[in-house]
Design a protein around this ligand. Structure first.
Ligand SMILES: Nc1ncnc2c1ncn2[C@@H]1O[C@H](COP(=O)(O)OP(=O)(O)OP(=O)(O)O)[C@@H](O)[C@H]1O
Ligand SMILES: [Mg+2]
Length: 456
């Protein structure tokens, strides 16, 4: 049960809060001012302090300072009847979790208290998890405190100790490989190798010999026996990146290896047992490929024993600040520079952007900004122009001296026309369909734009 200390010099307020909080299931202690509060805090531990700012014998901010110095993990909520920004800012800076204005109603305070506990629990869990990951694999840089990331961490922690096959699905740059490494690092296989291969980067025969190895003479260049990655990863983890890119024959071979946990080197006859945990990753949802008959359903089920999704950055904008600061610190250190922070304006424009390239894109943007920065602070001017544009509305920033609507629209029209013709490979009927115009209108448009680069 969580214990809350309520500090207020008004008796009716103390009583009202005590009744309300007890009803919520908290244990409550009360104090009428600084003196009593100090006495309570000297004798027992509390999880939260809710204190008024103006007290007859002192100041709630003093209590806040006292609590944070003695037991920083204690949550402090400050209440006041005076809506002064200075106080709110000071309270926040000193580590207050929330600042509530009097008068408030029961529901308001109930929500504030509940959220405060939830947030602090989340932070604690993150600290613990980060420490674990860091300890085992040097991955203390898996950043994120959003609810989706907390869920992901929980999932990683839960599946890590098993040897189940995991399929990580997520857009490019969302941290799929990072997740795979974290799973390995937290598993009993951490001391054994983590072997990674990009299935999309190699032609079939090469991929096969990489994965399964070969014997001397198996093909022209096979001058000696060679171990494959399945064998190299024995006892550890094999990370199959971009598994969606494998050809149908390769999929059959992978399926067999996963089912039997045995492999045969290319050109060899011996069956070799392998103890390998497989983690596969894909940018494209495999279900879709299965549906289109481009990926074997049986292999899909073999891989997706445990599905994990890495969320795109735009679904967890609350992590952008943290990530940006994390990368700033890292690149500043690496480049031996003294760039210490991003300005609020810069942070806001980072938070607004849609991040199609996800965390990797953010990482690159911050790296570039740090490299260019000559002062201690990164402002919005160091960020790529694209970030300044509001999503999906480009015209707002175009209007200025010399802007002509007709010329602009003509340009847009020409560009779309070209795009459609290109997508349709010059097939005009198809291009017209893509644009939602009649073939006749298309002919007119092409003429209007001087024929374009029509490939017909
Ligand atoms: N939560 C995170 N915290 C810190 N860094 C992250 C996080 N997620 C991703 N990154 C960083 O972003 C970059 C991209 O991550 P990663 O390579 O794991 O993405 P991916 O999903 O495998 O991308 P792709 O599909 O393009 O291969 C890496 O430098 C990684 O360290
Ligand atoms: Mg990757």
């Amino acid at each position: 049960m969580s214990r809350i200390l309520v500090v207020d010099d008004e008796q009716s307020m103390r009583e009202w809060l005590a009744i309300m909080l007890r009803k919520e299931g908290y244990e409550v202690v009360v104090a009428d001012g600084r003196g009593q509060a100090a006495a309570v805090l000297g004798n027992e531990t509390v999880d939260m302090v809710i204190t008024d700012v103006r007290l007859t014998d002192g100041d709630g901010i003093e209590i806040l300072r006292h609590v944070k110095a003695a037991a920083p993990e204690t949550i402090v909520i400050v209440m006041t009847a005076f809506n002064t920004t200075e106080y709110a800012v000071a309270a926040r800076k000193l580590g207050a979790e929330a600042y509530v204005l009097k008068p408030f109603d029961v529901d308001e305070l109930r929500v504030v208290v509940r959220d405060a506990f939830a947030n602090s629990r989340l932070r604690e869990e993150n600290v613990i998890l980060k420490r674990e990951v860091g300890k085992l694999y040097g991955l203390d840089h898996v950043v994120g405190t959003s609810a989706v990331m907390a869920a992901l961490f929980e999932m990683v922690r839960a599946v890590a100790p098993t040897s189940s096959t995991v399929l990580v699905t997520g857009e490019s740059g969302t941290g799929k490989e990072l997740v795979a490494r974290a799973i390995h690092g937290l598993s009993g296989r951490a001391e054994r190798p983590f072997v990674s291969i990009n299935c999309g980067a190699l032609p079939d025969t090469l991929l096969e010999s990489e994965l399964f190895g070969h014997v001397k003479g198996a093909f022209t260049d096979a001058r000696q026996n060679k171990k494959g990655l399945f064998e190299a990863a024995h006892g550890g983890t094999l990370f199959l990146d971009e598994v969606s890119e494998t050809s149908p024959p390769m999929q059959v071979k992978l399926l067999r290896a996963l089912q039997e946990r045995r492999i045969r080197r290319l050109g060899g006859t011996e069956e070799i047992d392998v103890d390998v945990r497989v983690i596969a990753a894909t940018n494209i949802p495999l279900e879709d490929l299965v549906h289109e008959k481009r990926f074997r359903e049986d292999l899909f089920y073999r891989l997706q024993v445990i599905p994990i999704r890495t969320p795109p950055l735009r679904e967890r904008r609350e992590d952008i600040r943290l990530l940006a600061e994390h990368f700033l610190e890292r690149f500043s250190r690496r480049m031996g520079k003294k760039v210490e922070r991003l300005t609020e304006d810069a942070l806001v424009s980072l938070e607004r952007y849609s991040w199609p390239g996800n965390v990797r894109e953010l990482e690159n943007v911050v790296e570039r900004a740090v490299a260019l920065e000559t002062s201690t602070e990164v402002g919005p001017d160091r960020l790529p122009e694209a970030l300044g544009e509001r999503e999906g509305r480009e015209s707002a920033t175009l209007i200025g001296p010399g802007f002509r609507l007709d010329a602009h629209l003509k340009g847009v029209e020409a560009r779309l026309l070209e795009e459609a013709l290109e997508a349709a490979r010059g097939d005009r009927a198809e291009a017209a369909r893509l644009l939602g115009v009649t073939p006749r209108s298309l002919r007119y448009l092409v003429q209007k734009h001087g024929g374009l680069h029509d490939k017909n």
